[in-house]
Design a protein around this ligand. Structure first.
Ligand code: ALA
Length: 419
């Protein structure tokens, strides 16, 4: 393994997926930024829920009450993870859903004109050029429907957010409500963005900040109070939890003022022929029967993560350093994004001039090595960087130095075959 302690060994052994061959080879999983593998404790939580605890939370019987308690206990767990109040946590299906929910809620606010949180035709929505499509497309549509302006702010040559560009665009805001949409960590550049500074700057110019924390939460300390971010989201499946569950955090006073994007059962106190009385936030945003298994699995994943956090961080720092050094030794290989090891997560998007990234991924797969290739849902960023496609290697604490050695050996073989 690496400075590989028994602790590291023990941590890896908690992931059953590594016990089976892939294409006749041991699995070398280097695609954790797309989704992380699951520890047994998370898998067991799903089996336990469906075998012994399953129910909806809508009724008053024993299992229903137990389900309600588990849902609210998971909300509390997420709140303590993000360091906020539990009523500021809305359960969603994942980050894409969180961002769409938010954009649609702003649209309904505009249509219903029901609070002073309204975007207007004079508002501006500023989006970072490096964003994942899920943090671009909802805002593009919202700006078209409202008739307000959408603009992009760029990057410095070393892959950091260009704060001067952001400020110059913020300065021209005249409306009382504007939005800045940015990721906490880029899923391609790996750069950790200075979210606290971005919030500070944006607030000076009447702008609320929507941050996509999808790639951040499994690597960084995230504290809603310190960051002073207005909205923040993440997906459970990228932090060792199940798919189909995610979180939208919003400051209390903002969630209170926001319209709901969906209406239906469980989000309403009373329905009359022509009116209604919605529940308060966060429940007003959770219409219908929730993904209880996902919510419970998310708690299990966060508990596991927090328990192992110190070890995870130590392992990831060492693995990142080792992989970075090995990649830098390969002639002509270009790493996209920040070169600063202190300001990035363990993920490297790369480019080799004579090798198609899809071909590379397919060749490596024959050896049981899983990487991602293409544009990683960041078409605008690739265009901005003038690179058609990249391949991406992303690590988690279950990886080892041996994984990296095997990957580098096979990478060199593919380079000599195609290069
Ligand atoms: N957003 C995911 C990724 O970056 C799918 O791979």
């Amino acid at each position: 393994m690496n400075p590989s302690s028994n602790l590291h060994n023990n941590l890896r052994q908690q992931f059953p997926i590594f016990g089976q061959p892939i294409n006749g080879q041991s699995l070398i999983y280097l695609d954790s930024a797309a989704t992380t593998q699951k520890p047994k404790v998370v898998i067991d939580s799903q089996i336990e829920f469906y075998s012994r605890q399953y129910s909806s939370n809508h009724s008053v019987h024993f299992l229903a009450n137990q389900c309600s308690l588990m849902v609210e206990s998971s909300r509390q767990c997420v709140a303590s993870f993000l360091k906020c109040e539990s009523k500021e946590i809305v359960f969603t299906a994942g980050s894409t859903h969180s961002l769409n929910l938010l954009a649609n809620a702003f649209l309904f606010n505009f249509l219903e004109s029901n609070s002073n949180l309204n975007l207007t035709k004079d508002s501006r929505i500023l989006v970072c050029i490096a964003e994942h499509h899920s943090n671009i497309l909802p805002w593009q549509r919202l700006s078209k429907l409202i008739g307000c302006q959408l603009e992009y702010f760029g990057l410095t040559p070393d892959g950091q957010i260009d704060l001067l560009d952001l400020e110059s665009k913020l300065k021209s805001n005249t409306s009382k409500v504007n939005l800045v949409c940015v990721s906490h960590v880029s899923n391609v550049l790996a750069t950790i963005n200075p979210l606290d500074k971005i919030c500070n700057l944006s607030h000076k110019y009447n702008s609320l900040v929507v941050a996509d924390g999808t790639q951040a939460v499994s690597h960084l300390e995230v504290d809603m109070q310190k960051l002073d971010v207005d909205f923040y989201c993440f997906s459970g499946h990228k932090i060792y939890g199940p798919t189909g569950i995610g979180v939208l955090y919003g400051k209390s006073e903002l969630l209170n003022k926001l319209s709901v994007d969906q209406v239906g059962g469980e989000m309403v106190n009373q329905v009359e022929l022509l009116g209604n009385n919605y529940k308060s936030y966060p429940w007003k945003f959770e219409a219908g029967t929730a993904n209880f298994a996902g919510i419970i699995g998310l708690k299990s994943a966060l508990d596991w993560f927090v328990t192992n956090k110190v070890e995870i961080e130590k392992i990831e720092i060492q693995l990142q350093k080792y992989l970075h050094l090995e990649l830098k030794k390969i002639p002509d290989l270009r790493i996209i994004g920040s070169d600063n090891p202190k300001n990035r997560i363990p993920l490297f998007s790369c480019y080799l001039p004579r090798i198609n990234s899809l071909d590379l991924a397919i060749e490596l797969d024959l050896w049981g090595i899983a990487i991602r290739s293409g544009q990683h849902c960041t078409g605008l960023l690739h265009e901005y960087l003038d690179v058609f496609s990249t391949w991406r290697v992303s690590l988690a604490a279950y990886n080892t130095n041996e994984d990296i050695d095997f990957f580098i050996t096979k990478l060199k073989q593919v380079i000599s075959k195609f290069g």
